[in-house]
Design a protein. Structure first.
Length: 409
């Protein structure tokens, strides 16, 4: 009897370590899912192939963000009840269907339907791969590796964006503006197939129903209203992020308006991704140079505002392209800094709910500002960037976040 105990233990240990095989698959899934070929010609796809105005492009992005806002919790139920691998596989399949619908006809109706399907796909993937990675490590008795595994997944995401952008340039050159979007069906299908090979790891806890919207909004709003520091962070993050969001959609029209070749836009997008990685990789050093985290955030916000103003006014590529890269690097990565600091003030038992509410506020700010940005872009890209850049700079004047809020632990 006793002699068989070691064998049983060994077999159990072997069975647990098999979950580690999920990791390389999850890295590949993350990279493939974010290999957005269309990033290379993001706005020209809509304006040249789809014959849309810039305002309509921004309306579509607002529609996507609004759908994501509505679908975040319902799609989470899929992962909770049917498993993370099913959620990831279904997300890949729906993404494939989404781009095929997107490219079925060059009109706003097919684009809106495609955006809805892609919103479902993105929310099905939201958090599901990270949850499965953590549970796989936990089942293998290696939870301590999460600190290195989860950032590596983010690195694969950025790598997928980079590679997808560069490949999208080639697809656009040889097949036209529609092919980067259409070709994404292939990596989406690969995501589906690879997801089905994953081993569903036990969470160690009974599956719980996610709160409905009413629960999320009620609990998050209550904590938001009662906590002045959370309120400050959320409002400032939502406003500044919504103002900076336009750089993603409008830098390509500015470049093409200045005579920059459409086929080379992907190089600028790839360089912008590298700039964001560089900023996040050196936050500690930049903070030391600035003297404090508050000075870093204020400097980054003002720098992003000035860069966006320069994007609107510059005519030379030698000035315009560095301004675009600076606007990307100084504006969008600030979300990660704010997000990390927010966690300091949120108790663990309420973290998921409060962060969901904060995310909803960010999304709604984009939904509301995008139509105004698009309306302005139809009339003057120059003045749109000047106004957005000015508002970003003014946001620092009215900021009520203090150094003590950023150093509390």
């Amino acid at each position: 009897m006793t002699s068989s105990a070691p064998d049983i233990t060994a077999q159990s240990r072997v069975a647990d370590t098999r979950y580690l095989g999920n990791l390389w698959k999850l890295y590949a899934i993350r990279g493939l899912f974010w290999a957005h070929f269309w990033s290379a010609v993001l706005t020209p796809f809509f304006t040249d192939w789809g014959h849309l105005k810039l305002s309509q492009v921004m309306y579509l992005n607002s529609w996507f963000m609004f759908c994501s806002f509505l679908l975040e919790v319902p799609t989470g139920v899929v992962a909770d009840f049917f498993g993370r691998k099913i959620s990831l596989a279904l997300g890949g399949a729906i993404a494939c269907l989404g781009v095929l619908v997107y490219t079925s006809a060059p009109n706003i109706y097919s684009f809106a339907a495609g955006e809805f399907l892609l919103a479902i796909a993105f929310t099905l993937h939201s958090g599901a791969d990270e949850a499965l990675a953590f549970d796989s490590l936990k089942a293998a008795g290696q939870s301590g590796r999460a600190a290195s595994v989860l950032p590596r997944m983010e690195a694969f995401k950025l790598g997928g964006i980079q590679l997808g952008t560069l490949m999208g340039m080639g697809l656009a050159a040889y097949g036209g503006l529609v092919w980067p979007m259409r070709a994404y069906a292939l990596p989406a299908l690969l995501v589906t197939g690879l997801s089905f090979t994953l081993r569903e790891a036990p969470s160690g806890e009974p599956r719980a129903t996610r709160q409905n919207y009413l629960g999320v909004l009620k609990s998050g709003a209550k904590y938001f209203i009662s906590h002045p520091i959370i309120r400050l962070f959320t409002l400032e993050l939502a406003i500044t992020n919504a103002l900076a969001w336009a750089i993603i959609w409008l830098y390509q029209p500015v470049l093409t308006q200045r005579g920059f070749p459409v086929i080379a836009l992907g190089w600028v997008h790839a360089a912008a991704c590298l700039g964001q990685i560089g900023f996040l990789s050196h936050v500690g050093r930049l903070e030391r140079w600035c003297g404090s985290r508050r000075r870093l955030l204020i400097g980054a916000t003002i720098g992003a505002g000035l860069a966006m103003m320069l994007v609107g006014m510059a005519n030379s590529w030698w000035i315009l392209i560095p301004a675009i890269l600076a606007a990307f690097a100084l504006s969008l990565p600030r979300v990660a800094i704010y997000g990390a600091q927010l966690n300091v003030f949120i108790p663990s038992e309420q973290r998921a709910t409060v962060l969901s509410f904060v995310s909803m506020c960010r999304t709604l700010a984009i939904v509301m500002l995008n139509p105004l940005t698009g309306w302005g872009a139809d009339r003057s890209l120059t003045w749109t960037f000047v106004v957005l850049g000015t508002l970003l700079c003014l946001a620092t004047v009215f900021s009520r976040i203090e150094e003590r809020h950023l150093t509390a632990t």
